[in-house]
Design a binder for this molecule. Sequence first.
Ligand SMILES: N[C@@H](CCC(=O)N[C@@H](CS)C(=O)NCC(=O)O)C(=O)O
Length: 232
Amino acid sequence: MTVILHDLCGADPALRFSPYCWRVRLALAHKGVAHEARPWRFTDKAAIADAGTDKVPVLRDGGRALHESWRILEHLEDTRPEAPTLFGGEGGRALARFVNAWSDAVTAPAIAAMVVSDIPALLAPDDAAYFVRTREARFGRPLAEVTAGREGAVEAFRRDLHPLRMILRERPWLSGPAAGAADYIAFGPLQWARCVSAFPLLTPDDPVHAWRGRLLDAFDGLARRAPARDPT
Ligand SMILES: N[C@@H](CCC(=O)N[C@@H](CS)C(=O)NCC(=O)O)C(=O)O
């Protein structure tokens, strides 16, 4: 039975930009799971309703339909113990869970506030209208106003990445000697930003930039080959 990932796309089905779907795509590659990454749009709720969610990623695997990127990573680890480990044991799983919370609570919202206004132009018309309506309601103001101060906001964002930078000065991967779940989780929002926006979040001399580059190159350049507005 084919494994299927419902993967958020733009008007161009080749544009895949969800931070949470990128986490899963790299985890699938890490585990060597052959799959179809099926394009999905914001307004295509019917295609994933049976999974009990209105959000992607949704993974169909062996008759199950799973949602929530963290749960999908755990599922991949638990159902494929013979494949390279994503977590490196229970301690690694617990720490990766922390990285997930940090990335969702700190990094992703900061990035959203710098790139959200670049997204509607990349979406199919129905999706663009839905996205603007729901995100303006979330932010409480027009999206252009949300990102207006991004030249200043990016300085604070780079400072706030310092814990990540400190670790990456010591070792190549957050997960230890090899890339793993913590790396893919932290990478997801950065990949989202470079896919949808030409506004550069990282400077080339930053160890975080070099680490992101290693992840872009992983799995034969899976993430680097993807269409992106910021090719750096
Ligand atoms: N906590 C979820 C978040 C999933 C999520 O927010 N997905 C977005 C795409 S990046 C989505 O499908 N949004 C649908 C909508 O806004 O209607 C996860 O980690 O999987």
